[in-house]
Design a protein around this ligand. Structure first.
Ligand SMILES: C[S@@+](CC[C@H](N)C(=O)[O-])C[C@H]1O[C@@H](n2cnc3c(N)ncnc32)[C@H](O)[C@@H]1O
Length: 204
């Protein structure tokens, strides 16, 4: 099944609300990595694979946010986002075709999305080269990666293709894209759960 079809179905089941609850602790940690200096001046924000828009809406309430945009391939996610949040911008977009999107941001964020894509390296290269302003930051979080054994059955369980990269492969992807000051951290480790893999990088 295509990931986009799966997530359209998840909206019908109300599972998008569950993602907000489950992803919140990791997302809050990710947002805490945004340098204070950046939040103290006007900034713009893009969420790649925004689901029902809960992060986009949250960021839009920050005092200095001048633009908060969410893109997602699942039409039902975007419909729900627009219903809930009239202030932000939402767009139905297949991220595999992101080269049709030409806007730049100070912060590009993505939670639990990049391993579904056809070519994560190509997308991250595009984010670096085309979607980020100078000194902009990229923040990504994923729960499906090689070292997180609990996540390794997901592709089969959901019948959706996923790239299963190791932590060092993801680090290399950011490095190859051209990012500087790369940081990599497993948030929320527990017994039988290796945590959300959080990576960040700056475009100098
Ligand atoms: C696990 S959900 C995460 C949603 C949101 N980031 C959150 O944390 O609640 C993955 C999201 O990625 C989107 N997605 C997956 N593949 C995509 C693609 N090729 N283009 C656009 N969106 C895609 C899905 O529609 C879904 O909303």
């Amino acid at each position: 099944m295509k990931a986009i079809n799966l997530f359209n179905h998840w909206v019908e089941l109300g599972k998008d609300d569950g993602m907000e609850v489950n992803h919140s602790p990791s997302v809050n940690h990710m947002l805490g990595l945004i340098p204070e200096k950046m939040l103290e001046s006007k900034f713009s924000f893009l969420d790649i694979g925004c689901g029902n828009g809960w992060v986009v809406q949250k960021i839009n309430s920050f005092k200095n946010c001048i633009r908060s945009v969410g893109v997602d391939g699942a039409e039902k996610m975007i419909k729900k986002a627009i219903l809930k949040d009239k202030k932000s911008e939402y767009l139905v977009l297949d991220i595999n075709k992101i080269k049709d999107y030409h806007e730049t941001f100070d912060i590009v964020f993505s939670m639990e999305v990049l391993y579904y894509l056809n070519n994560p390296q190509k997308t991250i290269n595009y984010i670096f080269n085309n979607l980020l302003n100078k000194n902009g930051i990229f923040l990504m979080g994923i729960d499906h990666y090689l070292e997180n054994k609990e996540s390794l059955s997901w592709a089969q369980d959901l019948n959706v293709h996923m790239h299963t990269y190791s932590i060092s492969q993801w680090e290399m992807i950011l490095e190859d894209a051209g990012f500087s000051d790369i940081s990599c951290f497993q948030f929320g480790k527990q017994k039988d759960w290796a945590g959300t893999l959080i990576l960040s990088g700056t475009k100098l």
